[in-house]
Ligand binder design. Structure first.
Ligand code: BJW
Ligand code: ZN
Length: 254
């Protein structure tokens, strides 16, 4: 990987770097993405029948079963070299803001702290009626099976149904995390957009904000997106090899 000296010096002089990740960063850990043709999570299911509050109302056991299947996959997965490169980068720049759309915890397990989870966390369920966090231990399914119906647990406080701690279509993003993400996109000198199709709003607008603010923007993706010609540098390839190379070349160990 080769970068222009101008790009390297602009990135090195950035005192604040923001990294914005999507499902592609966890793909090489074995977690399926949402929309990829071969392995995408939505391939055999209609997204709207699973990732909306209405779907959970209509068929809670189907939706809960799908999320439990996915939670088991997350628990069985390990962070990959892309997650680790981002955690390492945080040690090499004065300030780093990590923003993720992912509901897994692989960034944290790779050593990243203060991760802004715009779409929630799959391992933090809460009551759909009163909002109380559901803290009872949840064993991973021994034999996870896609499509298995599973009755969601009930809230100990009000008896309401427990729901996955994720942000569904039509729901608002967590306001503090969102505000911090927008601030970072506006104020950073370097913005890395990694492994996202950039089609889900408002998260996708963060890269537009960074571009408009004049930040150096780098996209890492195995496929093309509508951002290809808008970012400063488009790196086509898998995150688990591109990110370690990028970090080693632009921010080598002091
Ligand atoms: C690799 C790789 C490798 C693979 N290396 N790369 C404006 C216009 C139209 C609609 C809207 C709009 N504003 C809002 C909306 C509605 C909606 C929306 O955006 N719809 C779009 C589909 C158009 N947004 C919302 O509803 C949001 N809320 C909201 O706007 O609130 C305000 C409001 C309230 C009330 C009414 C109206 C508005 C909420 C969005 C919540 C999204 N939730 C999900 C599900 C989370 C729970 C779960 O996990 O099940 O979040 S959807 C799903 O998509 C998930 C993801 O975080 C999100 C983004 O997906 P991501 O990460 O980009 O994955 P993919 O699969 O799409 O892409 C993977 C990429 O990786 C690909 O590009 C690959 O090439 C690449 N890749 N392997 C590098 N190894
Ligand atoms: Zn409750």
């Amino acid at each position: 990987m080769r970068f222009s000296t101008d790009l390297i010096s602009r990135l090195r002089s950035a005192t604040h770097v923001a990294v914005f990740t999507g499902a592609g960063v966890s793909a090489e850990s074995g977690i399926p993405t949402f929309r990829d043709r071969q392995s995408g999570l939505w391939q055999n299911f209609d997204a709207q029948s699973l990732a909306t509050p209405e779907a959970f109302e209509r068929d809670p056991a189907f939706v809960w079963g799908w999320y439990e299947w996915r939670r088991a996959r997350v628990l069985a997965s390990q962070p990959n070299a892309a997650h680790r490169a981002i955690a390492l980068l945080a040690e090499r720049v004065p300030r780093l803001t990590l923003i993720t759309q992912n509901v897994d915890d692989l960034h944290e397990r790779a050593g990243s702290r203060e991760v802004l989870h715009l779409h929630g966390r799959i391992c933090s369920p809460y009551c759909s009626a009163c909002g109380l966090e559901y803290l009872a231990p949840q064993p991973a399914l021994l034999e996870p099976e896609r499509g298995r119906r599973l009755e969601p647990p009930r809230c100990g406080q009000c008896g309401g149904r427990v729901r996955p701690g994720v942000v569904w279509f039509g729901e608002s993003l967590p306001s503090l995390a969102w505000e911090q993400a927008v601030q970072a996109a506006r104020g950073c000198g370097g913005f890395l957009c990694v492994g996202t199709s950039s089609i889900v709003e408002p998260a996708a607008s963060l890269t537009r904000v960074a571009i408009a603010a004049g930040s150096v923007t780098i996209q890492v993706n195995i496929d093309s997106t509508w951002l290809d010609d808008l970012v400063t540098l488009n790196l086509r390839g898998p995150a688990a090899s591109m990110l370690p190379e990028l970090v080693a070349e632009v921010w080598p160990q002091a």
